[in-house]
Design a protein around this ligand. Structure first.
Ligand code: ZN
Length: 495
């Protein structure tokens, strides 16, 4: 079924288009969640111009390029809704036995104060190559690259959609609680030298990335990112929210990652932090909160009522042994009608950038914690990763579903993978068994970026080797290093 013009105009002549995806098991993720078993997607330029059965669509068009999905699932590109792209340059460097309170003094301070633009470019390039390979076509960067232009350059090289933020917007850097203070410990002085120190410095730095939105067709756009976790005054949060409102973008910030930062915010506000922010007018449908692991019932309710988005990183806090990723209220918010998107955070928190793996972690963790198999299902996480992510990134009008008029961000799988066989239920097999293993080709903004597992427009192995060299050189330059985990003696502890 063709959904609408221009292809059902009555003209007999086939329409010339740039790309036709044929014989696809199309998971449209549209409002009706239509599935077209032998479907086709017609793309012209950057946009989808027809979606329907293969018979109907292919009869109407003549495409300069055709991809035959041979019955495999095709779905909208996944959206990575919370990440720090440039941190991939030291992925895996933090040993499992480094105390959370020491990561800044032993590693992160030196990195954050010393990383240069070229290193941020290479870290981002690694992250972006990895994301596209895993079926992610868009990411919301959490305002953590000192040189957003470097991230933009990397995204442009690969051809990935990116939504960037200005770097480290905060006006109370010393209030940063994560890892540095417990609820009982005294606050420590921030040693980060490149963050704003007061509201004047923060507001001068704010708003530059949204200038990218002047071009309505831009692949790389901007949003308003604030660091969060207690580092922004109420005044700065209100300025940032107004800027997001006025510019039609999202306000994105970390929130309630750990018990310590949540407790610090509770003490500062003398109230549940999100209840307080809702009263202030900071929450709304264009606000995206990264993590939100430690919410009360009242905060769950204000998230749902306000329409704020949660960018859930199921693996991030769990990797550090912190509670809340699975025992928090993400599933309750989702089932209550709130919006949840998925994110991988960074190269030493989830370590890999694969939204499919976050999706499976979300399912397993939540089911275990709740004892309810229906707490989150395969269909739920596919919605979170596509439509949910598009909304969290402020791009619902452009991406998140396969519909006429939307940008052509498509993931085409292959059935030549054991994990998608037999063809019992395509969605369950995709989410529970295959994940990104069956990603075969990826289209972003109408361009075939990854084709049959290969990037045709750059030498991927050479780039990866260069990135590894760059990482080694950076760590030597900054005097930071990676070491193996401390030796563990098995069989001696009382369990
Ligand atoms: Zn983060």
């Amino acid at each position: 079924m063709l959904t609408e013009d221009p292809l059902v105009s009555g003209s007999k002549a086939p329409h010339e288009i740039s790309l036709l995806v044929r014989h696809a098991y199309v998971l449209t993720m549209d409002d009706e969640e239509r599935v077209i078993e032998d479907g086709a997607i017609a793309v012209d330029g950057s946009r989808i111009v027809a979606v329907g059965t293969d018979t109907d669509v292919s009869a109407e068009v003549r495409a300069s390029k055709v991809i035959d999905a041979r019955g495999a699932p095709v779905h909208p590109g996944l959206v990575e809704s919370h990440l720090h792209a440039s941190y991939h340059i030291y992925r895996g460097a933090l040993a499992d036995d480094i105390p959370e309170g020491a990561i800044f003094s032993e590693f992160m301070d030196q990195f954050m104060n010393g990383v240069d633009e070229d290193e941020e470019y290479h870290g981002s390039l690694l992250a972006i190559i990895e994301m596209v390979r895993n079926g992610t076509t868009c990411f919301l960067e959490a305002g953590s690259a000192h040189a957003p232009d470097a991230v933009a350059r990397a995204a442009r090289l690969v051809g990935m959609r990116a939504v960037l933020g200005d770097p480290f917007i905060c006006d109370q850097p010393d209030a940063f609680a994560m890892g540095n203070v417990s609820s009982d410990a005294p606050a420590q002085k921030s040693r980060l030298s490149r963050t704003p120190r007061n509201i004047q410095e923060a507001t001068e730095r704010l708003g530059h990335q949204i200038e990218r939105n002047a071009d309505p067709d831009a692949l790389i756009t901007g949003h308003v990112a604030v660091r969060g976790l207690g580092t922004a005054s109420e005044e700065l949060l209100l300025i940032a929210k107004r800027l997001a409102d006025d510019s039609g973008t999202v306000l994105n910030m970390h929130h309630a990652y750990s018990p310590a930062d949540t407790e610090a915010a509770r003490r500062a506000y003398q109230a549940d932090p999100l209840v307080h922010l809702a009263k202030l007018g900071v929450l709304g449908p264009n606000v995206t909160l990264g993590h939100a692991n430690q919410l009360t019932e009242a905060e769950r309710d204000v998230v749902i009522e306000s329409g704020a988005n949660i960018a859930w990183g199921p693996s991030a806090a769990a990797m550090w042994g912190l509670p809340g990723s699975f025992t928090g209220r993400h599933a309750e918010i989702w089932r209550g009608g709130g919006n949840i998107a998925l994110g991988s955070d960074s190269g030493n928190w989830s370590n890999d950038f694969d939204v499919f793996r976050q999706a499976k972690a979300a399912i397993l963790g939540t089911r275990q914690a709740s004892g309810d198999r229906l707490s989150i299902t395969a269909e739920d996480v596919l919605t979170m990763a596509t439509r949910g992510g598009a909304r969290a990134a402020g791009l619902s009008d452009r991406i998140g579903s396969i519909e006429v008029g939307k940008r052509a961000d498509l993931v085409i799988h292959t059935l030549d993978r054991p994990e998608l066989v037999p063809y019992t239920d395509m969605v369950r097999n995709l989410i529970y068994a295959s994940g990104s293993k069956s990603v075969h080709s990826v289209v972003i903004d109408g361009r075939v970026v990854l084709e049959e597992g290969r990037f045709g427009h750059f030498d991927e192995p050479a780039l990866l080797r260069g990135i590894a060299d760059k990482s080694r050189a950076m760590m030597a330059r900054l005097g930071i290093s990676s070491r193996p985990n401390g030796r563990r003696v098995r069989g001696r502890s009382a369990i």
